[in-house]
Structure formats: structure tokens, C-alpha cells
Design a protein. Sequence first.
Length: 759
Amino acid sequence: MKPLREYVHDRSIRTSALVYFLLAGALSQAPLFNYLGYEFSAAMTIPAALISGIVTIGFVRDDIHMPLSRRAFMPRLGGYFVVHLLLLLIPLVVISANAFVVKNCSFPGGLAYFALLPVCTVLFSVSLGALLAVLFRRARIVFVGLVLLILCQILFITYTEPQLFAYNFILGYFPGITYDETLNGFSTLVAYREFTLVAALLFLILFFLCVRMVWPDYKVYENVQAFRLRRGDAALYVGAFLCIAVLLFGHFFGNVFGFQYSAGDIQEELGGMATTAHFTIFYPREALQGRDLEILKGEAEFHYAVDADRLKEGLRPGEKISVYLYPDAETKRQFIGTSTTNIAKPWRREIHLTLDSFDETFRHEVVHVLARGIGLPIVGASDRMALNEGCAEAIDWQWGRFSPHEYAAALLRDSMLGSPEALFGYTGFATQQGSYAYIVAGSFVRYLIDRYGIASFKEVFPSGQFFAVYGAPLRTLLDDWKGFLRTVDVSSLPPETVRAIFGQQSIFRKTCARVTAERNARGVRAMRVKNYAEAEGEFAASFEDVRTPFALRGLLQSLLNEGKFAEGIALYEQIDGHSLLRLDPGARFLYGDALWLHGDPAQALKIFREIEGMNYSEGYSEGASLRCEIVKEPRLDAALGVYFYGSMRDSAKLALLRELRSYPDSKDAAMYLVAGRLLAKKEYDEAGKAYQEVSTSFGDPVLHYARSMNGGEAFYHAAEFERAKGMFWEAQNFAASSTRVRKIQEWIDRCDFVSAAMD
């Protein structure tokens, strides 16, 4: 092995050291990449691959013409590895030192990613570079080409297969462009990197088989003529054969390891398949059967009809959209790499979503597939993410309690609209907070469609040539849109609600986003199995690292389930009054429950009325209104604390509700809770009847509206369409906004459409 001091004076080594230092310094200033974690480690893999491979080729070229035996190359190769691993200490030290400026919540976890990503890549690239230096005259060009080809495997897999993620010999792991803050299983990455090391070993074996026999300056036929089976090489040939066998096994059984899944793998896992005029639906056979499946098929066609009419685009004869419905988020994450994001791949005419998110997101995803006809070739989409998502939002036009125009107008009113022009660049949308980006893009696109027509928007959609289509630059169009927003009535949207929805940070601005998300996920899993002490520990650690609304809600939920009401109150009240955490309706709701269960119903009632007044969402408004009925009624106040946070069995809870239904003063609230339980258990017909039994004695119109809508949806899913329409018509009496009226009318139209489809 050549002394290390000789490498220090090598010009290529000094240049490499400088490049590593500058790259690490630049990344230390970039959000999400500025601490030792997955993102920094992944970003270092490509420069590490190029530097280590190219420099190694130079080393081999210097050594190959020296009078060295094959055995003498072993320490030489060891020197190559040592030098390049030592060079990796430069970015590691730089980013570690950055921890004095930027918080790093899990340094050991970051070290593990660094070892699995750039370190393994260097071992792979040094081995590949050494082999290529023996085989090719222009080895550096061949090496760079191979590195690019290996990286293109990521594009190939994510384009040709359903999954968003990809495992790769150079990058290690690509998680896909999603809104998930947690990454796929660490153990799967460890297994894949073991195959990477096997590939590196194969290159080394081939190097020793070729060195001193194959020369880069010779022509191919000359090297073929010179090649001989050398005595003592049997072990090398056996080793090469075993390495190739292991790599082939990993390739053909990638689905066993979790590296890669085909559409067939997913279809086999789900088990069920149904077809409609425009869809082939793959669904979990055990979770969706009979009437529920028939209703879903009718709904799919209803949403298609709405989208096709609004976008003026449809499928060609014989084409169908493949819809994959997963039973839960974890199954979806396993197969396509995301649990929180529902996706469409327009070029594959493919949609992936969970069964319980169908109502909320299916129509949005169908728009993406239908927009394939107006998008760029190959991908069937716009090159601007804001136009892709803005189009889907504008056509779908069902976001929440208010319309996208109302939310955007409230952002403008409260000086939170920022610079929407940045959204329509190539990367601006992805770096913004999710709800802000979707709402602003959706409102602006809907404005363009309403003012200039769908045909003009379809022209601008592929590449955002606003001036060429509309005769005005984007900035002018945005100014006109803002003028329109000033005419939208947003008096029902309090500023605190706007801050609560849109004030959160994107993943690029969060501290320790990956680490805290993993802790929160562990807390959720502990909560599901009612291990509240473990959940408290996970959420407390997450909240200590970074004070996020999710961690706060999880910690409060854990404390209340453990009966630690005073601790929950103290936790919430210690938060600064101007913090966004105090505005989170989920945290406020749990704080109200803590006050109620700790014996302060008057203060709890005040909190619940404040939540109701926020108009944050239909669910929170309904829940807060119902809590007000419970807290102010003595019999309910005394009985239902243990119902929500006690250890009662389901049978005991139902017995308690039956008892409460026997008293006039608690009958309606108890029946409302019974109906909600039946709806959650998907006993739709009984749930609808229970909602009908709830009288209209509630003083709050919020509960009247929620009761009618819930009852209508229950009867709809029970295929009792006329009874459902009756409940929806009743809800119109309590619809306080035009947005609600449109929502109700759409439910009525859906009833008629699905009823006709099933007949």
C-alpha cells in the first residue's frame, strides 16, 4: 500500500477534498439538507460516486504500468479504498460541525444513513472504476456513462412501475416526490446495500481476473486472444459465479425484499377486481363487497362524468383507468412508497389511493389522468406542478368547509398570500406548505377557466406559456385574480383559522422533519394498541425536539387517556399565547376535554364554542357543538367522561348510551352518539335511522346540519337513495353558505346518478 502522505500530494486528491468541502458547505445552508440525515447523505452519493471512480481510474492507470504482480495490487486497492473513505470524512465533519447552528435530533441515525449511502457508494464506485481502468482506453468516459445509466434506473422504475420509490446502486434509495415525512423501512435499505456490496465484490473479482492480462491500450480482439485461464483462479471464478447468482436472485425476487413491486404484485395482494365503463378497479376483496362495491363503481362513474364535463376531456374508446384501492395507508406505503399522498400516474392511466380516502380525493386524481390528453408527451402532464395540481383542484372544486376562492381571499385579506408567482416555477410548488400551494394554485386556475374559458387554459397547461395564450404576463394575470378575490366574502373565515390552516411549515422548513415524523409514527402505533404510556414517551420526545401540532395533539391525547388531565391542561397553557400551536383546533379540543374532565365545565364550554366559531372544518364544528350539549347537561357531563377516555368495553359503552336515551334531557345527545358509532362501524341503514330519531331540539344549527348530512350519507351508503335525498334536502334548511348549498346539491345529483347506475 502506498504511504498516505503520497496521496496527500496528489493533485486529484486535493481537488477532490476541495470539492467535498465546498459541496458540504453549500448543503449546510440548504433547508432539510443542513443536518446529518437522509437528505444530506443522499445528496453526497452522486459526487462521491464520480469523484471516487474517476480518481481511482487515474490511480490504476498509474499503477498498471509499474512492475507489480497481481498480488501486489491487493494493498494498492486497499489504499484506494482507504483514501476515498478518508475523503468522505470532510463532508461528514462539515455537516457535523453545522449541528452547532442547526439542530440535529438523531446524530446516530444520520451516521447510519451516511454509512449506507455515500460510504457504500464509494465502495461500489472504487471497485467499478478499478475494473473499467483495466478494460477501456477511455475508462473515465465509460465510468461517467455507466453512473448516469445506473441513475436512469430510478426514472425507468418509477415510470414503468406503479411505485414512486426506487433502490439504486449509486443513490442508494430514492423515496419519490411525496408529502410523506417518514421514509420506508430502514431494514430494506440495509438489505439493498448488501447487494450493492456484492456487486462491488464482483467488480473486484473481475479486476483480479483481468489485471496483468487485459490492457486498456490493446484492441478488443487482442485482449480476447491474450486471455487465458490462469492456474489458481478457480476460487475467483467460483466467487464471480456466486456474486452473479446473488445479484440475479435479488433482481428477480425484488418484491420479496421490498425493492420493487409490479402492478401484478399489487393486484395479487389486493385480490379483488371490478370493471366499469371507464375504470378497472383493484380493491381489497375482504374490505369491499356486495352493495358497497356497487355503490363505489357508480361513484367512480359519477366523478368521471363531472370531471370530463368540466375539463372537456375524456378517455378514448376502449381505454380504462386502473384504480388501486388499498385497505390502509401502510399497505399503500409498502407498495408505492407513500402513506399520506394519493397519486395518479397519467402516462400509465393509473390512480392509487386508500379505500377510506376515496370520497375525498378520487375525483381530484381522475382529473390528473384526464389531463393526460393536454399535457406534455411521454408524461401526460404539465412541467409546472402548480398547473397540474391547480387544474385538479379547479375541476374537483371540493376542498373543505369553504371553497378555494374563499380560502385564497382570506389569505389575501390577512396578508398571508405571499408571492404566488413563485408557485408557478419549476420547483416553487413543491417547496411550499401543502394546503397553501393547493389552494392558491386551484383558485387561480379556476379564475382563469371562468374568465377565459377551458380551451385557453388547456393551451397554457403543458408548459405555462401565459403571455402567448392570454396576451398578458403571469404577474398581470395574478394581479387581476387578486382583484377578483377582493370581491369574495370571507367574513365567516376568522384570521385565526387561516393561520391555523396555512401557517404551518413545509417539510423543507421543518427542523428534524424525518426524525420527529418517525417518533410521531411510533406514537400513533402505540396509541392504536392502547399503550398510552409508550405513546406519551414518543410524543413527548418529538415535542421536545420540535414543537409541532401533531406531536402536541398526540401528547395531549396520551395524557387524557392516562387520566392525567391536570398535566394536559398545564402542557397546553404553558404554550405561548401567540404560538400557532394554540390555534390548532385538535389541540384546543383536547384542552377543552381536559378542562371538562378536570372539573371546569364552564371554561371547557368556552373553549368548545371558540372552536365552533373557528369554522375550521365540518368535523370540528360538529364535534365542538356536540361537546357543548354534553358539557352543559349535568347527566351527560357526569356520565360521558369515562365514555370518551375510560377503559370501558364497547358493550359497556352501548349500555351506557341506552341508559342515557331513556332520559328526556339526555336522549338526543345519546342517540347522536349511537348514530355516530353505527356510521363508523359501517352499519349504514341503522345509522341513518338513528340520525332520523334524533329530534330537532338542539339549539345549535351546526348540529342540525351535521345530523342531516350524516344521515343522508348513511342512507346513501345503504343504497336508500330516496331517504338519503330527503335528509340532504332537510340539510339545505341549515346550509349557511353557498358552498354548502353546492355540496348538498352534488350529493343529491350523486344519489340520482348512482341509483340509475345500480338499476
